[in-house]
Design a protein around this ligand. Sequence first.
Ligand code: GDP
Ligand code: MG
Length: 440
Amino acid sequence: LTEHLNKILNKISNTGRLTEQNIQNTLREVRTALLEADVSLEVIKNFIEKVKLQSIGKKFNKELTPGQELIKVVKQELINCMKNTNEHLNFSTIPPAIILMVGLQGMGKTTTTAKLGKYIQKNKKKKVLLVSLDIHRPAAIEQLKVLSEQIQVDFFSPLTIHNPLQIAQDALSYVKNKMYEVIIFDTAGRLHVNENMMKELNQIYNSISPIETLLTIDAMIGQDAHNIINQFSKNINITGIVITKIDGNARAGVALSIKEMTGKPIKFMGIGEKVDDIEAFNPEKIANRILGMGDTISIIEEIERKITKKQSHNLKKKINSGKKFTLNDFLIHITEINKSGGIVNLINRLPQNDVLKNQSPNSMNNNILKKFSAIIQSMNHTEKMDPDIIKSSRKKRIALGSGTKVQDINIMLKQFLYLQNIMKKVKTGNIKSIFENIKN
Ligand code: GDP
Ligand code: MG
């Protein structure tokens, strides 16, 4: 056993309950994670208090360390804090249900309008009309029109481009006796909250009486988010938040701050620039993201689901024996996972895989595997055991031998190093819930 594991085992035999002392270090880690995720200080303070209250005195499973047990409490509490009771769009009105999109400029309103239009039409099987009331940015109306053609959702072509109230009224007259079930109105943002925008939104709001008014917030905006939400809320009834650009670098702590500071439900999250990149808000995903172990946990869970009991047992043995995770193990791993059809998902979650993503799913499955296998098989024993030594001349030789490109080798090595790193963390007990994850 590694020294670290020994330490953990000692700790386990010493205590069986969470105490102020044995959770101190982990709480410090959690605090740092929340700070890095851009959660506001006030929210962090309250949150840590809540977690403390809940955990002190709690018994823990003897396979876990206090830190691991605490992380479980933390993750669950994060999820509870962000959970919505009213996460779904409200359509319970005489059709058409009107959705008003508001928010500052550049936050992703127009993109989200199109994404939602497609989402509702496709998933909810409702006939949708998109309307742009943004007369302030020259190309804004055209932007939504182009998007609507791309997603094949109807678009209202305005008769005037001077008065948003007039456009709104024209659109409402237009839909009379047509079978639209949902109308989504996109509006003009400004760089900052200002009176003109609020006045305009207020008038629009009163004239169309939306059942949902969704405020779009860019995840990168961080702690300003709740100020913006509160300012909008003073003027119009915001029924939900859409957080966009969750795919970026932001660690999504903004979601926790929003819920705690404004109480507004987060209904959707934007996860990319494309029209399909929208998902219903998922507190568990965000909790993982905030704690900074999303990829790691989900890959482990994926691995656990895909490999059989025996293999999982072997993996566990391997981890416990402290042996190094080598390229051979990597090959066995991806082969086994591939057998149950999971490699696409798995590889998709690994970082830096844009090259792989651009291939079609079917060809990807087999091609990647074939390539990776060929590459690994073209390596000699020393290289397999110690891939660090594979520099450019070796790469050229291996590429030639395996009928691949140097670039393929680089991709494979990157994926391998990533997985090896995870295995290392697993070994040193750094992944908080690892014992649960590979228990069988
Ligand atoms: P608006 O001014 O609020 O209407 O913002 P837009 O819809 O025009 O979006 C501004 C920019 O943000 C565009 O470049 C979009 O492609 C981008 N964008 C919007 N939503 C997302 C998202 O969820 N992820 C990413 N990466 N980019 C987004
Ligand atoms: Mg716009």
